[in-house]
Design a protein around this ligand. Structure first.
Ligand code: SF4
Ligand code: SF4
Length: 280
């Protein structure tokens, strides 16, 4: 049986908010029973944007991650409701029945991702429904995917074996995997939110001043073990990504055959720019 999943590439998201707006355009003031009651005009965003800023000047990156109901395969909201009023369709989409969940404000707190909004006017809990009403009209993708100008979002209809293969092959990740909720919204390049980098600039003495060194080898070591390596670019810069936050002290060793070596120690809390290291 094939089921829907959503893949979002954090590296491609430019925070244009088209996905957010298209979801609102689809659902505000529009009843799609029995899938969902209309979204209210104010106070709801079934797709939300998270932002992460890493590093310190001048090496800073900003990333954006759209978040929404994950259509979990092991959904806490379904268990909490306990009466079938929240159910998973055979195609993997989770629906909160707008009739049967009426008055159940308590359901809002059942989602560990805070993906459920309470519609005060209609007295129902609500989520992004993967545009199931359109999918059932043979649409190939929900509105948010259709509206994304960078193709950062991709809706796929796959069986479990193919999904498992994709997750492994493309290093896809989910939010809060430790909860065991088995989300069906996956992220590519999620390390921009969950990991840190060490960056810096390698220079050498030249004509009474300093010049950036292209092609220096930079190694990051934990104790005596090398954990990563990079080569400086034309501006003498390096950036080694994918390190864990608060993961201890690292040694950074830079080396260039013509200009010599440089070393620095860094105690890694969050992403860190080391400034210029001078080869001697
Ligand atoms: S539409 Fe695409 S690029 Fe724009 S915010 Fe959404 S996911 Fe990011
Ligand atoms: S993300 Fe929250 S609302 Fe959506 S299926 Fe999972 S537990 Fe339920």
């Amino acid at each position: 049986m094939k089921k829907w999943a959503l893949i979002i590439d954090v590296a491609k998201c430019v925070n244009c908010n088209n996905c957010v707006v298209s979801c609102r355009d689809e659902h505000v003031d529009n009843d799609f029973l029995p899938y969902a009651a209309a979204q209210p005009r104010k106070g709801h965003s079934w797709i939300d944007m998270h932002r992460k800023i890493r590093g310190n000047g001048p090496m800073v990156d900003v990333s954006y991650m759209p978040v929404m109901c994950n259509h979990c395969d092991n959904a806490p909201c379904m268990k909490f409701a306990g009466d079938g009023s929240i159910y998973k369709r055979p195609d993997g989409i989770v629906i909160m029945d707008p009739i049967r969940t009426k008055g159940r404000q308590d359901i809002v707190r059942s989602c560990p991702y805070k993906a459920i909004s309470w519609n005060e006017e209609r007295q129902v809990p609500q989520i992004w429904i993967f545009d199931a009403h359109l999918i059932d009209q043979k649409w190939k993708q929900p509105r948010c995917v259709q509206s994304c100008p960078t193709e950062a979002m991709q809706a796929i209809l796959v069986d479990d074996v193919e999904l498992k293969r994709l997750v492994a092959a493309e290093s896809l990740e989910v939010r809060k995997p430790e909860l065991g909720t088995r989300p069906r919204v996956f992220y590519r390049n999620m390390n921009r939110f969950t990991k840190c980098f060490i960056g810096g600039n390698i220079v050498a003495a030249h004509s009474g001043g300093q010049e950036n060194v292209n092609g220096a080898v930079v190694r990051v070591l934990s104790g005596r073990t090398q954990v990563a390596e990079a080569i400086t670019d034309a501006f003498g810069d390096f950036k080694i990504d994918g390190l864990d936050r608060d993961s201890g002290t690292y040694t950074v060793e830079a080396q260039h055959n013509l200009y010599g070596t440089a070393n620095a120690a860094v105690s890694l809390g969050s992403s860190s720019y080391l400034g210029s290291l001078v080869l001697t």
